[in-house]
Design a protein around this ligand. Structure first.
Ligand SMILES: [Fe+2]
Length: 335
């Protein structure tokens, strides 16, 4: 393991260097196996068994991240094996599933790494419930606060704050950076933001005084604020709390609570950091501790725009069992 310098702010975050993998380890990721879109459960089981054979330093880093997290709430696996011939595969238009990509190394990276943190799930409202979601700029959505956006900064949010079965981890695998290599995945951990908050503001943020909204991608296309549940922003340990936060969709119920939320927004703006993901990089984000976003960038819509695949991970599949069909990973909670 080594430490690297992050993008916009000089800092360090935890990196697992996978560029040193030997041939046998690379083979674990590239050897053909079940089809993730047709034999999904078989694919996931196969990946979990393969993950048992990953080098010890990778498994140790993932175990520590799962149990203890870290102050950034992110872990970057740099330079994982990629699909052969990926260079020639077009970024899928409208962020649909790629018909051209006929190998599944990226899906295997997400599943193998995800299996050490928990279990992959998806949400029926997002991209038809795909477990492996393609994120790419979508023409006409440049200014929208969603993964298809590009020319506007994607504001800080925790993934699906409003959802009763939100993922504990979010995984982003980079298949292609943007042309100008300017796009940064931004993140801000509550560990870094907390020291910037006054004691009174912290007290308020621990109270259920905040109403959040349903995401654009879950059908809130009018981006109505305050149509979700009332929650505290901070919860758990007073000195090492977890975070519910959505810069765009969350509102306070009282002026004092709003001032505390504004103070948190300012704190996040002063501590956030950015990571430029390159091909083969897989970023694990602790969704309970760290809000994320994206800088703006300029798409060209030439078939080679920025392309990420995303998966969600929960620690306990049983919690959402009532809202899933038996043997399926798709969470069908209605909104
Ligand atoms: Fe997100």
């Amino acid at each position: 393991m080594l430490h690297a310098t992050a993008g916009s702010v000089s800092t360090e975050f935890q990196v697992v260097d996978c560029r040193t993998f030997d041939e046998a380890t690379i083979h674990l990721f590239l050897a053909p196996g079940p089809n993730p879109y047709q034999d999904t459960e078989e694919f996931l089981f196969d990946c979990e068994m393969r993950a048992d054979e990953m080098p010890r330093f990778v498994r140790r880093s993932l175990l520590e991240f799962q149990v203890r997290s870290n102050s950034d709430g992110v872990l970057l696996l740099r330079g994982l094996p990629i699909d052969p011939g990926l260079y020639h595969v077009h970024t899928p238009l409208n962020a649909q599933r790629s018909e051209e990509k006929t190998t599944f190394a990226s899906e295997r990276c997400l599943s193998m790494i995800g299996s050490r943190l928990g279990h992959l799930v998806s949400y029926i409202q997002e991209k038809n419930g795909d477990l492996f979601q393609n994120l790419a700029p979508v023409k006409g959505q440049e200014t929208i606060q969603s993964s298809g956006g590009s020319k506007m900064r994607l504001q800080f949010h925790r993934e699906t704050v409003f959802h009763p079965y939100a993922p504990e981890y979010l995984l982003l695998f980079c298949l292609r950076p943007d042309h100008d290599r300017l796009a940064e995945t931004t993140y801000a951990s509550i560990t870094h933001a907390l020291p910037f908050l006054a004691e009174d503001d912290r007290e308020l943020l621990f109270q259920p005084l905040y109403r959040t909204g349903i995401d654009y991608s879950f059908g809130n296309t009018q981006t109505i604020k305050g149509n979700g549940p009332v929650l505290p922003v901070l919860y758990g340990n007073r000195h090492d709390p977890f975070l519910n936060y959505d810069e765009d969709l969350m509102e306070a119920l009282t002026p004092d609570a709003q001032a505390a939320l504004d103070a948190l927004k300012e704190a996040i703006a002063s501590v956030y950091r950015g990571i430029k993901l390159d091909v083969g990089d897989l970023l694990c984000i602790d969704n309970r501790r760290t809000a994320h976003g994206r800088s703006s960038f300029t798409p060209r819509y030439d078939g080679f725009d920025r392309w990420l695949q995303r998966s969600f991970v929960v620690r306990d599949l049983g919690k959402s069992a009532g809202d899933r069909n038996p043997g399926e990973r798709v969470i069908r909670t209605a909104f």
